[in-house]
Design a protein around this ligand. Sequence first.
Ligand code: BDR
Ligand code: CA
Length: 366
Amino acid sequence: MSEWKIREQPPGCHSVHSRSLMKNILALLIVLAASAALAAPHPASRIIIDTDPGTDDALAMLLALNSPEVDVVGISVVAGNVTVARGLENALGILSLAGRCDVPVAGGAAGPLKQKLNTEPFWNGRNGLGGAELPGAHCRAVSRFGPDLIIELVRKYPHQITLVPVGPLTNIALAVSKDPGIVALVHGVVLMGGSISGGNVNAASEFNIHADPEAADIVFNAGWRLTMVGLDVTERTLFTEDDVRRLERRPGPLTRFAAAVLRFQIGTYQGTGFAGGAIHDALAVGAVVRPSLLETKPMRVDIETGGNFTRGETVANRSNAEDRVVWAGNWYETVGVNAVPPNVNVAVGVQAPSFIQMFIERITGK
Ligand code: BDR
Ligand code: CA
């Protein structure tokens, strides 16, 4: 629970003070209740990965498919790192590599709700996988629209599914807009996206949120238990060349592919001041597989959908409080502080070495 601050009243404001105190206590209770609801643990669960594969998306999928704690019941593809057609092809290739054609995969939104698509060949390579080769895909996509597959699966497994979005949030927003009833039927949402300490697309915004801020606004305000695995933790969880060599000690198609993707990822981070390559999306899966990897704090997080410099920023209220301002006749006066109930568990700490170790063990099948 984040620190709660109550500011001192100016002298001569005693009646306002006692009312303010009551309001503050009430507000505090509301924040505590909201925090408790957000804090419930994610048990071993069925998951749906919503993805734009994508280098680190591919690694996230492989981690999930090789972790017995989670059962991947579906994959929906969204445009982001690559077009939706390329992403679908990559997802099918990854499932083929993992020998998991039983997992239903559906193509979803071909672009954001209100802006043009911006793919990322610079950060993911032309094929989206950093040039890493996949064996020919023999898995097939289901003939469903991604958001419809999400709705269908959530209704099939009520209260059992954790959504793991690791791309722009367009598919999830479309699903929840079409069928708001799924909010109460989802166990939780653990997404990779956002940041409370600066962006990676620009000064303020992280790619997945920047790619579709209106969709993120819908998802962050839907009212479900949401954990945000943002750059604050993913950029502290870095893969090094030594780690890749450890992975390669168990040769095979899976480790060969993962090593090629990881080397591309490490390469993209060279010269940026980071001591290795981040594999953002895999950490979101890791957080479902082993929730103790993360330290989280409940916060109110809003999505900036306007702003000159900040569109797509996840604006976090770290104290869950805001000034209470009243009109004093000719000007406004701040007379206290209002509680702001949290809507997101923000990941603020990570056990990075444990995650890297777990990733290597799972991919090498230990
Ligand atoms: C996120 O953006 C994409 O480039 C990655 O796949 C990840 O989901 C990191 O900001
Ligand atoms: Ca992604």
